[in-house]
Ligand binder design. Sequence first.
Ligand code: DC
Length: 221
Amino acid sequence: MISIALDGPAGAGKSTVAKGAAKALGFIYVDTGALYRTVGLKFLREGYDTKLNCDIDSVLKTIEVDIKFIDGAQHVFLNGEDVSEEIRTPEASMMASAVSAKPPVRAFLLEMQRKLARENNVLMDGRDIGTVVLPDATLKFFVTASVEERATRRYKELKEKGMDVSYDDIYKDIETRDYNDSQRDIAPLKPAEDSIMFDTTGNTLQESIDKLITIIKERLN
Ligand code: DC
C-alpha cells in the first residue's frame, strides 16, 4: 500500500489540495482532523468547555467514532450519527484543538488511522501523520501558507456555507490553534525530518493541486 502524509497548520489548503490530488491518483483521502472534531463534538455536547476539567477516559468510553466513504467523500459518525457538517462550526474547531492535546484522545484515534493506511492507498491529512501515525509513510509533505492567507480562505469557505462569522475572529482562532497545536507536549505540529515542504501562499488551489500531483508522480516513479 502507498501512504502519503500531509501535515500542516489549519487552513493551509491541505484538505482541498489533498482531496484533489487523492482523486487524481485514485487514493482514499483521509481527513484526520474530522476525527478529532468528532471527539470534540461529544465533549461539547456533554457541556464541557475547552479547559476539559473532566475525566477524559470515562467520556471516551461513551464514544464510538466511525469513518465511511460515501461516493468517495469521507463522512464521520459519532455513535452512529453522521456529524460531518456539525463538526465544522468554530466551537467544534476550538474543542477539536483542545481534545487533540490530550494523550488519551490521541491514543483512542491512533489505531483507526493506521488501519485505514494498512488497507488502502491513502493520502492522509493531519498534524502528526508523518511524525507519529505513519512514520514509514511512502511520502511526507508539510503544507503551509501565511496566517493572512489561511484566515482569508477559511473566512470565504464558511461564508459560502452561509455561516455568520467575522474575519477577525477567524484570524485569532487560527493563531490560537497554531499556537496550541505546535506547543503541546504530545504530537506537536512540526515537519517530519524527511518531509517535503510545500508552501501554498499565492497559489490558487488548482495550482497547488497540480503541483502536488506532479511532485507525487515524480517521487513515486
Ligand atoms: O484539520 P482540522 O482543522 O480539521 O483539525 C482540527 C483540530 O484537530 C486541530 O486543532 C488540530 C487537531 N488535529 C490533530 O491534533 N492531529 C491531527 N492529525 C489532525 C487534527
